[in-house]
Design a protein around this ligand. Structure first.
Ligand code: GLV
Ligand code: MN
Ligand code: MN
Ligand code: MN
Length: 416
């Protein structure tokens, strides 16, 4: 096999743009919004499946829409090598998060096909359902369930803001079958490798085309609901107020202080969603809901800060005579990449003469859960300014090409 897999970069970029046009964002592409189990999500999946069919891959879906496109190997009895990522996108996202690993994964397979490679193990491309937590509050419902970290009962309890539950919504989206059939056994895959944009500035700053991920930081998500007392903004005097929004603001400021004080440079805390009820200019807020996203590479430090936040927010609620209902939606341990995949990716980059660095992923990915059931690793490519989860997220054609070349060679090695 000649070393450099022939990547059809222009075609890949065209497909990324075509996918970006399937969006619910009020702004035009490259701004993208694509929420799981909506009509837009369905159309994006349909587009993906049509490309997989054109490449001769055999496509199947599980009961929650995880989609598997298989390129059979010469020995179908061996566990497959898998790659993939997600196509759902948070509101006002960019067009490369997740899609790079899905369409890039497809292009890696097509490049190997063009090159005349016949893999011994099958190579499967996976489109994971709902990596983003937008609709159901928890990220990675597809890979989480595949890894057995979310049970059928856990899935049934997930509801969106409109009160629709996951089980009903996935069936309305066309995914039938038993929820208990989604979990895979360890050993189902020989290895898993995900290509993704870095979503941080390090590769660009170091002028390196490739990052090889050695660990994924531990994410946690909490939801806080504060109930105070509403009333007329003119009629209720300050000393007797129990304003839920002022209590929330105090808590959010305290959360930021605790994040700074945690002592870990890797700990990050974000309050990204805030709902105020009733949300009228002349009405005292009676109920506020906000979310917390807390991460650290060190799971123990993350948990210690979660505990400190829990204590501090309860104390503030007491002081302000409001009630607080806090719940932890997820608090996942970090994942460590497997030496099998790391060394395959390293050798691939070296063979391609692409300089790389090993690095930690601060964003989470479906790889966080695939690592529980398969030797897993990730390949990062730089994105402009490290920007992600924004419409101006951008990965150059050159960056995409280097990433897909590395992925293709890594897959070929793992499938030997
Ligand atoms: C997933 O997109 C994350 O927030 O890392
Ligand atoms: Mn994302
Ligand atoms: Mn992503
Ligand atoms: Mn992500």
């Amino acid at each position: 096999m000649s070393v450099r897999p022939p990547i059809a970069t222009e075609q890949l970029v065209g497909e990324l743009h075509a996918l970006a046009a399937i969006s619910d964002c009020p702004e035009p592409p490259p701004a993208v919004t694509r929420i799981v189990f909506t009509e837009t999500d369905r159309r994006a999946r349909e587009y993906f499946i049509s490309l997989c069919n054109a490449a001769g891959l055999v496509v199947r879906c599980d009961a929650i829409g995880n989609t598997f496109a298989r390129w059979e190997g010469t020995d179908p009895t061996l566990p497959a090598v898998a790659t993939g990522s997600h196509t759902d996108a948070i509101p006002h996202a960019g067009m490369y998060d997740g899609t790079t690993g899905v369409l890039g994964g497809l292009e890696a397979i097509r490049a190997l096909q063009r090159q005349g490679v016949t893999p011994r193990r099958a190579i499967e491309l996976i489109l994971f359902t709902s990596e983003e937590p937008t609709r159901f509050g928890v990220g990675c419902t597809g890979s989480r369930t595949m890894a057995g970290a979310l049970s059928p009962d856990d899935l049934r309890q997930l509801t969106d803001e409109a009160g629709h539950d996951y089980d009903t919504v996935r069936q309305q989206a066309g995914y039938k079958g038993s929820l208990s059939s989604v979990a895979l056994q360890p050993g189902a895959y020989h290895a898993f490798v995900e290509l993704h944009i870095e979503q941080g500035p390090l590769l660009e700053a170091a002028e390196l085309p490739i990052g090889i991920v050695t660990a994924i930081a531990a994410p946690a998500t909490m939801e806080f609901v504060i109930t105070g007392e509403g009333g007329h903004a003119g009629g209720v005097l300050m000393p007797v107020r129990r304003d839920a929004l002022v209590a929330a603001a105090t808590m959010i400021t305290r959360i930021e202080e605790l994040a700074f004080q945690s002592g870990s440079p890797d700990l990050v805390a974000t309050v990204g969603a805030l709902d105020v009820h009733p949300g009228a200019v002349n009405s005292i807020p009676s109920r506020v809901r906000f979310t917390l996203d807390l991460r650290d590479i060190d799971g123990k430090n993350r948990d210690a800060t979660l505990g400190a936040i829990d204590r501090a927010t309860r104390q503030i609620a007491d002081q302000r005579s409001v009630t607080l209902a806090a719940r932890t939606l997820n608090a996942d341990p970090p994942a460590i990449a497997d030496p099998l995949v790391v060394s395959a990716a390293r050798e691939a980059a070296e063979q391609l003469a692409l300089p790389y660095q090993e690095m930690v992923s601060r964003a989470y990915h479906d790889s966080l859960f695939m690592a529980r059931i398969a030797p897993t690793g990730m390949i990062f490519i730089p994105c402009r300014g490290g920007v992600s989860h924004r419409p101006d997220e951008y990965a150059s054609p050159e960056a995409l090409q280097a990433g897909v070349e590395t992925l293709a060679l890594t897959l070929a090695r793992l499938a030997e």
